[in-house]
Design a binder for this molecule. Structure first.
Ligand code: RP5
Length: 165
């Protein structure tokens, strides 16, 4: 996609089934994004180059997902001036998911990573859109509509549950 505002990166293509949910939300909100693999441990030079260059290419928010010893979001945040949203992935090398969560969540002071729930790529996509919507009224309206739809869906379910009695 040309001129991406959000960059979705992940440690391995095995993270893609989880990370696709972020891409789906960005498509829904019509936010241009790119998606690729950057491994902290297997391609450290690529990580450094990506992190130094992303903001110069016009990217505004980075979503980074990884599993196990999940150093990708934190290392990107240590180099890039952009907000980084971290997605802990329950991967093949993750014991129970807590390793991924804590590796991404427990950042030292000065280097924030906005960490979403385990496999929470959907919320990462929404959060990235919300960050961008601060300067984009049309995008903000799409987010307002989305939340209205969520509310209506719950009210519909409430009616169904209530009508069972
Ligand atoms: C992490 O190791 C990746 O983010 C992935 O979650 C996990 C397993 O990677 P593969 O061995 O499947 O490539 O770095």
């Amino acid at each position: 996609m040309s001129n991406p505002l959000v960059s979705i990166i992940m440690g391995s293509d095995s993270d893609l089934p989880v990370m696709e949910a972020a891409a789906e939300m960005l498509k829904e909100f019509k936010v241009p994004f790119e998606i690729t693999v950057v491994s902290a441990h297997r391609t450290p030079d690529r990580l450094v180059e990506f992190s130094k260059e992303a903001h110069k290419r016009g990217v505004k928010v980075i979503i980074a997902g990884a599993g196990g010893a999940a150093h990708l979001p934190g290392m990107v945040a240590s180099i890039s001036p952009l907000p980084v949203i971290g997605v802990p992935v329950k991967s093949s090398n993750s014991i129970d998911g807590w390793d991924s969560i804590l590796s991404i969540l427990q950042m030292p002071g000065g280097i924030p990573v906005a960490t979403v729930a385990l496999n929470g790529a959907k919320n990462a996509g929404i959060l990235a859109a919300e960050i961008l919507s601060v300067g984009d009224d049309e995008l903000q309206q799409r987010l307002i509509n989305y939340k209205e739809d969520l509310k209506n869906a719950v009210l519909e379910k409430a009616k169904k549950v209530e009508s069972r009695n």
